[in-house]
Design a protein around this ligand. Structure first.
Ligand code: NAD
Length: 253
């Protein structure tokens, strides 16, 4: 296993991607920090911010909290988890560009911000859903993110049928969508290269899906150590947007 953040590793990554035809990216919140969206566990992540509440962030975005205290849930959710003005960064763009080059089987993401699709990725498996989709719990009608954002403070978004509108996001205590998981598992199983980026790999069951990888090269691009480091063929320590930008320059030269 190679590890250093120097140019050599970026060249090694470019070489791996050049020789791969079935790449899968497995991404987490760290992919979007360079777009201005905080992750959960970095020093300036949401779990380390003073949130001015006595309840932990994990509890606030749990299913039971959503059911019992919907107004408090939506205040926190709108403040900390929705970033309507965020744009994709070089990492999202690189993954989309590699898909256009027909080298990518899919992007399996834990993110809920929709930035992979905004960058142009089409084969995206959103394990934890998306803040951009919301639905009425009673009649099933779908709503965009504006409906949630336009709900006044301390309010709970409601449908004209009287039902409560829930974000299509997997909260703690909720199960993942079976169809999304099976698509993600298929993509990971068929991949020749798995690039894991910007994730602490501590949120289960999502993190467990990387166990389905049977291909040749496992690459990690992350700022901090993860449980998969010991199995990686290549580790690149650095900001994933900066890393992927350099990689694409090498691939396009
Ligand atoms: P996490 O906060 O647990 O871990 C983020 C990881 O990314 C850390 O290991 C950190 O060192 C690394 N990192 C941060 N910025 C990076 C960068 N620029 N380049 C490379 N690495 C970087 O996030 P997680 O593992 O995704 O798990 C948290 C859960 O939070 C997920 O389920 C996800 O749904 C949710 N979440 C999503 C968003 C989003 O959609 N953007 C934001 C916050 C949390």
């Amino acid at each position: 296993m190679e590890e250093n953040s120097a140019k050599g590793n970026i060249e090694a990554l470019a070489e791996i991607l050049r020789n791969s035809g079935r790449i899968v990216f497995f991404t987490g919140a760290g992919v979007s920090t360079e777009s201005g969206i905080p992750d959960f566990r970095s020093a300036d992540g949401i779990y380390n911010q003073k949130i001015g509440r006595t309840v932990s962030p994990e509890e606030m975005i749990s299913h039971s909290y959503y059911v019992r205290y919907p107004a408090e849930f939506f205040d926190f959710y709108k403040e900390k988890l929705i970033y309507p003005d965020a744009s994709p960064n070089a990492a999202h763009r690189a993954m989309a560009a590699l898909e256009k080059m027909d080298k990518v089987r899919g992007v399996v993401t834990q993110n809920i911000d929709g930035l992979h699709q905004k960058a142009g990725s089409e084969k995206v498996y959103e394990l934890h859903g998306s803040v951009l989709r919301n639905y009425c719990e009673k009649c099933g009608k779908f709503f965009g993110v504006e409906t949630v954002l336009e709900t006044p403070e301390h309010g709970v978004p409601a449908c004209s049928c009287g039902g409560r509108i829930k974000p299509d996001v997997v909260l703690y205590e909720e199960a993942l969508d079976d169809r999304v998981v099976s698509g993600a598992v298929r993509a990971i199983t068929e991949a020749d290269t798995l690039v894991i980026g910007g994730t602490s790999l501590v949120v289960y069951p999502a993190a467990g899906l990387i166990r389905y990888f049977r291909g040749k090269k496992l690459v990690l691009i992350n700022q901090s150590v993860t449980q998969a480091d010991s199995e990686a063929d290549l580790i690149v320590r650095g900001k994933i947007g900066e890393v992927m930008k350099e990689v694409m320059t090498l691939l396009n030269s």
